[in-house]
Design a protein around this ligand. Sequence first.
Ligand code: 5GP
Ligand code: MG
Length: 216
Amino acid sequence: MTAPTTIVSAPYVARVPPRWRNEVEGVLIAEDQIARRIRVMAGDIARDYANRELIVVSLLNGTVMFLADLIRNLSLPLRLDFIGVSSYGAGTESGELVFTKELRLGVRGRDVLLVDDILDTGKTLFRVLGKLRALRPRRIKTCVLLNKAARRVEAVEADYVGFEIPDVFVVGYGLDFAERYRNLPFVGVLHPHVYKRARQRRCPDRPRSACGQRQG
Ligand code: 5GP
Ligand code: MG
């Protein structure tokens, strides 16, 4: 694969549109930067899977925008399916994983490309990869838009990575906080005051690890 683009925090690449300025502190990755990188990633994938039919398995809900842009740039025969995961834990922390939608397509003996929005602690991909491997595909490769290597807990790396990002909580381009901000066309850094306030409102007396549910 081509090397991921490494993003350092500040200074941010662009100003946040006025509508979002109170909640989003900066644009970490701009729309055109994402589009360019995805075209290169799609080229890498198309080369690696030439002459093979791919099953793309995408994790809901965070991959919506990335997936749409990735596959429209992929000139390969492919089939598409989804796995739903959500994790019980505080708003910005990974917690216990629950599957909310199971795979429908058979993947036995097939080439699978597993797509997620962001690889953080690695717990999600680790669990999902275990589940997929049990279905005996021919080969599984993983593709993520963002990688936060600093937070890894499980020994899992992705085969295709869009951007290496620092340890900041990001939203936009499919990524949410409490189901909001998925519609931002760029990847932005959420103002910490947003999640601190939300955590206090939801469960003021409980520890972070016992607070709320988040959809992948
Ligand atoms: P992991 O299991 O690798 O810790 O985290 C994977 C999932 O946690 C991602 O699919 C994503 O849903 C969520 N996640 C991790 N880091 C971030 C982040 O910075 N922003 C958002 N919005 N979600 C994140
Ligand atoms: Mg996710």
